[in-house]
Each structure stands twice: as C-alpha cells, then as structure tokens.
Design a protein around this ligand. Sequence first.
Ligand code: ARG
Length: 246
Amino acid sequence: MKKTILLTTLAALLVSQAGAQSCMANVKKSGLTVGTSPDYPPYESLNDRNEIVGFDIDLMNAIGKKMGMKVKVVGQGFDGLIPALISKKIDVIAAGMTVTAERKKAVNFTLPYDNSANVIMARKENLKYGTAASLAGRNVGSQIGTVQEQIVQGIKGASSKAFNLYTDAAVALQTRQIDAMVVDKTVADQFLKTYPDLRITGTLARNAKAMAVRKDCGDVVNRMNAAIIEMRKSGELAALTKKWLK
Ligand code: ARG
C-alpha cells in the first residue's frame, strides 16, 4: 500500500517535472512570445513607425538575451492578456501589470521590477479633484481590466468609465468627456507631456509590477528571475529605469 502511494507520488512528480521541462524546451525552440497592450507609455507604446517600444520591451529583450532566447512582442488589448497566456497564445505578459492576489490565482508572477503610486488626473481647472471622495458624482476614467478600473469602481458615488486603451481615457479627459482618471504616476507623467491641459491632482495607493507566466511554467519564471537578479546586480535594471521611468 505504502509502496503504491510512493510510486504514484513519484509518477506524479515525474509528470509535473516533464511538464515543466517541456515548457522551457518549448520556448527554447520557438522563442518567447511576449504579449503587451501598447497604450501605456513609458512601459509600452507605439512609436512613429508603429513599433512597440518601452521599458517592458527593453527589459524583456535583455532577459531573453540572458536566457539565450529570441523574443517576439505582440500587441493586444490589456483585458485579454491573461486569457491569451492561459490559452498559450503568448508565453509572457509584460504590460506594466500590477501584482494582485486575484491575478496570482491565475498566473505566476516574476520578481517585481517597479513600484509606483496611482494618481488622479484632471484638467487644470479641476485641481479640486485631489481625493477619492472628491470624485463622487463625477465620470472617472481608466482602462478595462486594470486595477485602476477596480479602484474607480470602489469610489463611492463615482461613475466608472473604462476604455479599451489607456490612451483613449487620456483623450476623453482632455476633450471633456470625463472629469478625471486614475492611472499610474509613471504613465501620468507621460500623458502630461502630450496633453497640456491635464494635471496630477492627487495620489492614491502604490502598486508593484511584474511579468506574468503560466502557472505550469515555473522553470521559465525561475530563469527570468535569475536574469532579473543579474540585471539588478549589474546595474542594467537601474539603467533601464533611468532611461524610461525617471
Ligand atoms: N498596472 C495596471 C494593472 O495591472 C494597469 C496596466 C495597464 N497596462 C497596459 N499596458 N495598458 O492593472
């Protein structure tokens, strides 16, 4: 009886090992397909030539290099990223994604690479929207499927307007279709450069960002984490942060 249990456990272990190995072997063969939502500068956005560029892209390319793998970046809507990962259309999510307990149930996060606050943005004549409470009765924007959408939905009396793209929320704010939006401070700083009428009017809670990999690809996460630690030590990560996020 004991022997059977032992054997079953052993077999289960071997199967899970094989699964993990094939995960790494697969990406070795085909390269890492990285999914992102390129509406979130400076983490990811489209340049003049319609190429996806940004902190997350440089970071993934550096990690890929250390892992000895090709990296291919594909753009799509933010709210479809976790489903695309689970259905194996992509291998990694690099999209300025916040680590949350809910997402942890579905995906495996790497070590965090960034930590920044959420802020409220409004037009310059509305500096009064400095706190969550001040947004009661207002139309408040964000992006569909983000933690910011959840924050806005949690603000008492506010009406949540979530857009497909974060850039669309910024346009809506500039053109008076919404009164305010909640967004990452790092991204707000970029939107300020594009939309001169916008201001940061308040600060909300901080959040950590990481890349996400499928649950059964622990070996890939381990290799990515090793690369991140190497980049922390060598100063490469600090250099990338300085280039894009400061
Ligand atoms: N940090 C937020 C979240 O994880 C927003 C990320 C949006 N990213 C993007 N590439 N549009 O929910």
